[in-house]
Design a protein around this ligand. Sequence first.
Ligand code: NDP
Length: 245
Amino acid sequence: MPELNNKVALVTGGTGGIGSAICQRLAAAGARIATTYRNAEKAEAWAAEQPYEPLLIACDVGNYEECVRLKETLEAQLGGCDILVNNAGITRDATFKKITPEKWQQVINADLDSVFNVSHQFVAGMTDRGWGRVINIASINGQKGCFGQTNYCAAKAGMHGFTMALAQEVARKGVTVNTVSPGYIATEMVMAVREEVREQIVAQIPVGRLGRPEEIAGLVAFLASDDAGFITGANLAANGGQHMH
Ligand code: NDP
């Protein structure tokens, strides 16, 4: 029997590069998949390509009220959320001198406020049922910093602070909370970078290549499994050795 049979997994931003791979891997393990979307046309086209039937729920995860409605819809359709993957995120890069309050707020809202907004809907159900997984997708740049990304690095480092605090509050209720910090992954966003810039990035990665979305998905699926029940409050790096700590 697949490991995650009868579990419900909500992956925010599941239609994106890494999110798609996570959804597919959790579905292959037997989970029923729900994901948020903002653009209905794009989400429906994406859903039609998946080898399973995802539940699509319109939601801006930066908006608390929309997350309340997300919970109502998910519970009405699938009963509850056992595995929450906070994966939605954006970048709005600028050096500190040039960053605008708008770019700061957009990233903090989409990448960090969202983790509170969505988790707040589902963690109580997990603790009531005595089993749950919260997996926060942060970034190597939240661990080591990155030129031109004060907003993104603050948000991603903040995600792990949230992970460590919540992990302590729910540990005795069968719920684990962990952070996954990917390095550079070959998604559309990274592949759109000019080839010579990409070569410079790859030169800094000891394994000599970009990561694959499936490699992040495999780690998420492991954290979602019962085998990972003793791992909580951890920040797991998947970065090809680019940053070790
Ligand atoms: P994508 O841009 O491909 O996907 C991001 C997803 O998040 C999209 O589905 C997007 O929806 C959704 N999203 C963004 N903001 C919101 C919002 N406010 N409400 C709801 N959905 C939202 O990115 P990746 O797959 O590359 O990245 C996924 C995660 O991994 C991100 O958190 C990113 O920071 C992190 N990461 C990525 C790395 C990489 O190399 N790619 C490296 C390290 C971390 P929409 O299509 O509507 O915009």
